[in-house]
Design a binder for this molecule. Structure first.
Ligand code: PEP
Length: 271
């Protein structure tokens, strides 16, 4: 007997209305920047980002959250964290709750980043629990999905992505989904300098929108911001961001230099 098909078989919708979605450029600083370095970067970024035509977010280490919230007050730059725990409080040494982030003035939180999945045992189940906790606290989750290199080479990218979307958003309502961003980050492109081509990024972002349409309906799927992430930089951002279903970027390395990050912000503004 032949095995089940590895890709979802459904009629694909061509989502063409890029303009109705919010473009969001988010920097993921990862474990970088001391407090003085963070102050310098934010101070340099503020004037460069002030005319942005997209939402600008900086996701900084926990130790820089208060600094970032203080320095960006009254500006168009929003602050995000890079993770949160799913419990409200308790015996979870080393963890930070969503309520704690909210209290500090954080708006966004990156969840399910491939580095968390790879090095810290994060699973779709815990990503789902963290996403629910973040939403309950009033945060906007940026939920990362993406395939490994061997998964792409084996032709199972769509299977992997649709499984992640279904599990990461299980039990999350359409209204709640509207407060989420999905970041498509092929794991083989993160921090490697190896970017997905604009067509590859578009193909998977469009696929994600189709999976969302199946789960939540076309109207909802059409409105969700889907970012691309993976070695996006000042040189390749314009082409990636010009794609219909790529509504922004989650940017690691290139978000650590204000001029490079500003170039990406401008590309999203024009894209
Ligand atoms: C990331 O950390 O989410 C990321 C995309 O990193 P980089 O841009 O450095 O590949």
């Amino acid at each position: 007997m032949s095995s089940a098909p590895s890709v979802m078989l459904f009629e694909r919708i061509d989502f063409m209305k890029k303009d109705i979605r919010r473009a969001v450029i988010a920097g993921n600083w990862k474990m970088n920047k001391t407090r003085p370095e963070a102050e310098t970067l934010i101070t340099d970024l503020k004037p460069l980002a002030e005319n942005a035509g997209c939402e600008v977010v900086i996701c900084v280490p926990f130790t820089n959250l208060e600094t970032a919230v203080r320095l960006t007050a009254g500006t168009n730059i929003k602050v995000g964290a890079q993770n949160c725990h799913f419990a409200k409080s308790g015996a979870y040494t080393g963890e930070i709750s969503a309520d704690m982030l909210k209290e500090v003035g954080v708006e966004y939180v990156v969840l399910g980043h491939s580095e968390r999945r790879q090095y810290f045992g994060e699973t779709d189940e815990t990503v789902n629990k963290r996403t629910k906790a973040a939403l309950e606290a009033g945060l906007k989750p940026i939920v990362c999905v993406g395939e490994l290199l061997w998964e792409r080479e084996s032709g199972i990218t769509e299977e992997v992505i649709s499984r992640q979307i279904k599990l990461d958003f299980a039990g999350i309502s359409a209204d709640e989904l509207m407060n989420c961003i999905i970041a498509y980050e092929p794991v083989w492109a993160i921090g490697t300098g190896k970017t997905a081509t604009a067509d590859q990024a578009e193909e998977v972002c469009a696929f994600i929108r189709n999976v969302l349409a199946g789960l939540y309906g076309t109207d909802v799927a059409e409105k969700i911001t889907i970012q691309y992430g993976g070695s996006m930089n000042a040189g390749n951002a314009a082409e990636l961001l010009s794609k219909t279903n790529v509504d922004g970027g989650l940017i690691g390395g290139a978000s650590l230099k204000a001029p490079d990050f500003a170039t990406i912000i401008n590309a999203a503004t024009n894209g």
